[in-house]
Design a protein. Structure first.
Length: 144
């Protein structure tokens, strides 16, 4: 990242599904539009999943012609340094992530923007990932 670039951090539970999709979609569109914004993603509980990326995420990126290199190669656990480095913080689900953030990083809980895109046990990826994509594209329009 150059000194002029700004950073958005997408936060999710395991950092293998929604947040990784958001990161890839954001970075793909930001590069295409020559934006000075870049995205990274992190998880609050990466130990919950032993995969690097969700099959649903990989297929959704492939179907959209988005290079998977627009997201990190592996899941990454959220740290306080990540929170400090980011210019914009977004958690993918208020209901799911706010309590976790409040427990782990209480001083950050109100500095984060919360979306409401449920995990796949509540909402099918065929519905959730287009919601993520729409939110990401709206975000890019707002900040660039």
């Amino acid at each position: 990242m150059t000194t002029t670039e700004k950073l958005v951090l997408f936060i999710c539970t395991a950092n293998y599904y929604r947040s990784r999709f958001a990161e890839a979609v954001f970075n793909h569109a930001a590069k295409r539009d020559r934006s000075d914004w870049r995205a990274v993603s992190r998880g609050l509980a990466t130990y919950l999943v032993n995969q690097d990326i969700s099959y649903n995420t990989a297929i959704a990126l492939q179907n959209r012609g988005i290079n998977p290199g627009n997201t990190s190669p592996t899941a990454s656990q959220l740290t306080e340094v990540d929170l400090e480095k980011a210019d914009l913080l977004i958690a993918l689900s208020d209901e799911e992530h706010r309590p976790m953030i409040d427990q782990m990083y209480p001083e950050w809980v109100d500095r984060i923007t919360y979306w409401e895109i449920p995990d796949m046990d509540v909402l099918a990826p065929s519905e959730a990932l287009p919601m993520v994509e729409e939110k990401v594209m709206n975000l890019l329009e707002e900040i660039t």
